[in-house]
Design a protein around this ligand. Structure first.
Ligand code: ADP
Ligand code: MG
Length: 681
């Protein structure tokens, strides 16, 4: 019987020293070893003519030895030099201090060499290549895996160890996918998959192997998440909020009519709240789509049903803004709201915490400060986190644990394509506000280069003259030597003293004290500042309807979703608004990205495009969302596979929620082994 959990020290070629090195790579067992996938492969199977080699290229050449090895001594170094040629050109091959090579080569014999070649005007030299005699395929003549390494462990050694591991398991790995899936998706056998992902005989072998392993990994993850979500519905006995408390009572007092999307989402939330299971709902909607109002209405229902509500926001500025909105809309109902952020004085904090425990506060709004242990509710029934992608699963769990299975709403303003939402928020139901309140004007967006400086300045002055305010966003707080990027402090200095000396200019960044930041922000809100220069701290939710222009310096440095968030700070009032993207990027992708921003204001379109243009990366903070590390699949590169797999996974779960059927036995085993423990943090 094959034991994949066997310690790696029992694999052939692994002694005590190598065990330590392998451990550094997180390889502890045979299973870890065979799932230590290569970073890429080097094709050492196809030879190139010497004359066709480009300078700096890593290539395979097939050539005849023209000389014997000559030895050149230079101080502590001995250089071994060999001249070879094929029918196109000759090449000098050199090695350093490799004494054993001295008699290796025979004049007139053929060899293959693989290494980096220099081409200096038709004179070729290759340094320290690996080689084989004609007809031998030991170091060359095949496709070779390249692994991420650690100090003191060479490619050759690691490759041999992994090869030994693969030889040990090959033919003995048990199939972990059901036959019906293997057949339908034409997947290759698990044994071949593990062999070829490391040691493919051809590129097509490799692709088949990778497809199968990606499929397996994504299917297991998605199934695990779907099963978890189904499971929650059964076991979490939650709060049944009072059906006699009508959301409509608050809605009637609003100064505007809700959009149809808001109404639909509130219906979904109301239905969930009146069920006796705990709601776990993602509320997604573009910037300005009116998520806050939705959470206020839900909070009303919870409070009137006799429960407390926690609202957690990522910054103090935002928490304070929420407080004002909640008070404005719920104050008349006699509902009490309090703010808890780190800048609250010790004495006030004690009072707040006391009241909270006694149930004298209905709604507590705050930042991470809410997570602290001494924050104790009397009767927490609803938790709302305003995520903007800053809270992870763990933090959500901490706040939720302060209640007894409270209902949970997670608000997110970064529109994520649904496919990804099903992974990142796989344990949540999803509600989408896909409609903006009426009369919102499109924010006119322009991408410009350096030459437009004067025109922009004149335009900003014109708008301020009309009574408006401006944001200027920079990527850095302070100037840095090695980057040609605009910084908040340098720009503020210049603008205060030169460019905008006759205006009220202030700046804001994350390194300032909370109090200072709040002061500046409220001055800006009150219209006492004309131009606010800031880092992305203003990205999150800040609402100043009178601000009608935003200039973003070094726009090429920001992700599209982030630019979209930033831009959402303007166009929040009745005034026509503008966004100027200043950028120095000249790449095609950069131009394409700026074009997207100029063309659309739709966050979902932008995030789809962003995915397409970036291709990969941990942009959405997958780790932060508690998604287990993926060993081979990439959520971004494999998005189309993921879509297909989601359809399959939801069919499977619909048909067999706890994977009890005989045909799904292997799937249950697969996710139990792979994911379950890690997802249930
Ligand atoms: P989000 O949090 O989704 O970015 P907010 O809840 O801050 O958006 O709403 C943005 C602004 O739009 C707020 O000033 C809010 O009062 C207003 N608003 C929300 N819903 C509507 C609506 N249906 N009609 C008009 N204005 C609305
Ligand atoms: Mg908001």
């Amino acid at each position: 019987m094959l034991d994949l959990n066997k310690e790696v020290q029992f694999v052939k070629g692994v002694g005590p020293n190598r065990v330590k090195l392998l451990n550094k790579l997180n390889i502890f067992t045979l299973k870890d070893l065979i799932t230590y996938f290569p970073r890429n492969h080097e094709d050492r199977s196809i030879a190139k003519k010497i004359a066709d080699c480009e300078d700096g290229e890593t290539v395979l050449i097939k050539a005849t030895a023209l000389t014997k090895i000559t030895e050149i001594r230079a101080r502590r170094l001995t250089i071994y030099r060999l001249v070879v040629s094929d029918d196109s050109s000759s090449c000098v091959i050199t090695w350093y201090n490799q004494k054993y090579l001295k008699d290796k080569f025979k004049v007139g014999e053929n060899y293959t060499f693989f290494g980096k070649i220099e081409n200096k005007g038709g004179t070729f030299e290759m340094k320290s290549p690996v080689f084989d005699e004609d007809g031998v395929d030991k170091n060359t003549g095949k496709i070779v895996p390249i692994y991420p390494l650690t100090y003191n462990l060479s490619q050759n050694v690691l490759r041999k160890i992994i090869e030994a591991g693969i030889n040990e398991v090959y033919g003995n790995l048990e199939e972990n996918l059901p036959e019906y899936i293997i057949d339908k998706y034409k997947l290759i056998d698990i044994n071949d998959a593990y062999k070829y992902i490391h040691f493919p005989a051809s590129n097509s072998d490799f692709i088949k192997a990778k497809n199968r392993l990606v499929f397996e990994e994504l299917l297991a993850l998605q199934l695990a998440l779907f099963r978890l979500k189904e499971g929650q519905k059964f076991d979490a006995k939650g709060i049944k909020f009072d059906a006699n408390v009508k959301m409509q009572d608050v809605i009637d007092t609003l100064p505007f009519t809700l959009t149809n999307a808001q109404k639909r989402v509130l219906d979904e939330i109301n239905t969930d709240m009146e069920k006796d299971t705990a709601m776990n709902r993602l509320l997604q909607g573009d910037v300005g789509s009116g998520k806050t109002v939705v959470s206020i209405i839900a909070a009303y229902k919870a409070v009137r049903s006799g429960y407390q509500v926690a609202i957690m926001a990522p910054t103090a500025i935002l928490a304070d803004q929420h407080l004002k909105n909640f008070k404005k809309m719920l104050g008349n109902f006699g509902i009490t709201c309090e703010l808890l952020v780190s800048s609250v004085t010790k004495k006030n904090k004690e009072i707040i915490l006391d009241k909270l425990k006694n149930g004298e506060i209905d709604i507590l709004i705050g930042t991470h400060a809410l997570l602290e242990e001494n924050v104790v509710f009397k009767n927490l029934g609803l938790v709302v986190t305003d995520e903007q992608h800053r809270f992870g699963v763990k933090q959500r769990a901490t706040i939720v644990a302060k209640g007894n299975n409270p209902d949970v709403i997670v608000m997110s303003a970064t529109p994520i394509p649904r496919t990804l939402a099903l992974i990142l928020y796989g344990d949540l139901d999803i509600s989408i506000i896909d409609e903006l309140p009426p009369n919102r004007k499109k924010i006119e967006t322009y991408a410009v280069g350096k030459d437009m400086e004067d025109r922009i300045t004149a335009f900003v002055k014109k708008l301020i003259g009309e009574g408006r305010q401006a944001y200027i966003v920079c990527p850095l707080v302070e100037d840095s030597d090695d980057l040609d990027l605009k910084s908040v402090t340098a720009l503020a200095e210049k603008y205060k003293t030169e460019v905008y000396s006759e205006y009220r200019v202030e700046y804001l960044h994350g390194k300032m004290k909370a109090k200072e930041k709040d002061d500046i922000m409220s001055k800006f809100k009150d219209g006492d500042i004309d131009i606010l220069i800031s880092t992305t701290v203003i990205e999150v939710g800040v609402d100043v309807p009178n601000a009608s222009i935003m200039i973003i310096e070094n726009a090429e440095r920001f992700g599209l979703a982030q630019l979209h968030q930033l831009r959402g700070r303007v166009g929040r009032g009745e005034y026509k608004s503008y966004c100027i993207l200043k950028n120095n990027g000249h790449s095609k992708v950069c131009k394409e990205r700026m074009k997207v921003m100029c063309q659309t204001n739709d966050g979902f379109v932008i995030s789809e495009k962003d995915l397409e243009l970036r291709g990969s990366g941990d942009f959405f903070g997958t780790a932060q969302h508690g998604v287990p590390e993926l060993k081979i699949a990439n959520l971004f590169e494999n998005i189309s596979e993921l879509k297909e797999i989601q359809v399959l996974a939801s069919k499977i779960i619909e048909d067999d929620p706890s994977l009890e059927q005989e045909k799904n036995y292997r799937l249950r085993k697969l996710i139990d082994e792979k994911f379950t423990s890690r997802i249930e943090i």
